[in-house]
Design a protein around this ligand. Structure first.
Ligand code: ZN
Length: 454
């Protein structure tokens, strides 16, 4: 090719690139450390380049703050349809996510009705579109074998409940589980599992406190259900939700299965509080179990953190212990609580960002969670001097309480969604432009299934 032609081709190629919408400049988490960077974001909301000077584009320097990837919370309950609006809706729950630095939530299907066929899935999509502040990945419950193939072409993942919980009264019997694994192995989708074996519950107890709740749904029940997951066929993209013990974490790690721990199981024990606000499934464990799990998380031996955000109303949580619903709100406080731990030196920032941002986004097949060219510019700006305390009444979820009341947090100052600012000075300023997403790796029949990456 003559030199002149080559130069013209190169220039026209350069002109095809989308224009730069914004350059975010400052210390940023790039390739595993904080370093000075200029992050150019194009009109499509993708990161065009990192570290190169871009003249002429609008530029925002974050000063003494740092730029981090926004998080993914792969386990929330936004409670629509069928939930009480005084506790949560999709707009309030996704605004809470945005304020907490979470760019994508994985919403669980145990609503009323549950998302278990195409009709209920469409109803849920209609509730998300135009009302969500951040992206939403919808899980379905694989309760109807006939509905599975059509559902698998639309949904973002499956959630299997091995024990009764809110909205799920009759989980599959242990004898039915192997056939369920075989059916689900046909689809290239993540399968999250609520791993408690009801056969190991102490049903004759009438628990009246978190300590007794822990005795009624003991560690043994989780252990037994995790053993069942280890017997599932290879090729199934299994993920254990809310693992509560270091023993369970070790077992899953050896089997190279994905799992998460929640901030409440990492930070609260069965003696932190005595009333039903601290009732959650699986239960809060003893202080010894909690601190061992926290140490495992600190070492990087827990691959992901997720909130299991379950914003029951304060009234519902004031019912007598046995009748009160299980679950705690958490999507808005998850990252801020852990950023406060990173600030105090108790938690390595890299360990936190891999568990909260990088791995869950990759697990759900989403191009964000890292500051790298080609990724969607879902970014947060954090100033570690912004130390505040959790005030339940001020959270975006109308439930108005938190099990972490008074705990120190570092909340993101700004949150960019596809390069557009949706949180400014700690206030939500975005639009309801969140979309329903599904794993990009599920797009083709022969799509390779990424394993749990390092
Ligand atoms: Zn849950």
């Amino acid at each position: 090719m003559p030199r002149a032609t080559r130069r013209v081709a190169a220039e026209s190629h350069r002109d095809d690139r989308p224009a730069i919408r914004l350059v975010l400049a400052g210390r940023a988490w790039v390739r595993g450390r904080l370093q000075p960077a200029e992050i150019a974001i194009d009109e499509s909301g993708r990161i065009a380049s990192v570290g190169k000077v871009r003249a002429g584009a609008p530029r925002r320097d974050v000063g003494d703050a740092v730029i981090l990837p926004a998080a993914t919370d792969l386990h929330v309950h936004l409670r629509e349809p069928g939930g009480p609006a005084d506790a949560e809706t999709i707009p309030t729950g996704t605004a809470a996510a945005a304020l907490g630095g979470v760019a994508l939530v994985g919403d669980m299907p145990n609503t009323r009705p549950p998302v278990a066929d195409l009709e209920s899935w469409r109803e849920k999509v209609a509730l998300v579109e135009g009302r969500a502040a951040v992206d939403v990945l919808l899980y379905a419950a694989p309760t109807d074998p006939k509905a599975l193939p059509a559902l698998a072409r639309q949904v973002g993942g499956f959630k299997v409940y091995l024990a009764p919980t809110t909205g799920i009264d009759s989980p599959p019997s242990p004898a039915e589980v192997p056939a369920l694994w075989e059916r689900l192995a046909e689809f290239p989708l993540p399968v999250a599992v609520h791993a408690e074996d009801p056969g190991a519950f102490q049903v004759d107890l009438h628990p009246d406190s978190p300590v007794e709740w822990n005795a009624a749904r003991p560690v043994l029940a989780e252990d037994s259900a995790l053993d069942g997951m280890l017997r599932a066929p290879p090729g199934l993209r299994l993920h254990a939700a809310h693992v509560t013990t270091v023993n369970g974490a070790r077992k899953l790690q050896r089997a190279r299965l994905s799992f998460e721990a929640t901030p409440h199981h990492l930070l609260l024990s069965d003696r932190t509080g005595s009333d039903a606000r601290f009732k959650v499934n699986p239960p809060l464990r003893t202080e010894a179990e909690r601190s061992a799990l926290w140490e495992a998380f600190r070492r990087g031996d827990v691959p992901m953190v997720a909130s299991d955000h379950a914003p029951h109303s304060a009234d519902a949580k004031q019912l007598p212990f046995e009748r009160a619903p299980s679950g705690v709100p958490g999507v808005e406080t998850m990252l801020p609580l852990l950023l406060a731990r990173a600030r105090s030196g108790e938690l390595d920032l890299g360990v936190l960002l891999r568990a909260a941002c990088d791995r869950p986004a990759r697990w759900l097949g989403q191009p964000h969670g890292r500051i790298a060219p080609g990724h969607r510019a879902h970014l947060i700006v954090v100033d570690f001097r912004d130390r505040t305390k959790v005030v339940g009444a001020k959270l975006a979820s109308p439930c108005g309480w938190s099990p972490f009341e008074g705990w120190e947090v570092v909340r993101p100052r700004e949150h960019y969604r596809d390069g557009e600012r949706i949180v400014e000075a700690g206030e939500f300023v975005g639009r309801s432009s969140g979309r329903v997403v599904r794993p990009e790796y599920a797009a083709g029949e022969s799509a390779s299934r990424p394993t749990l990456a390092e």
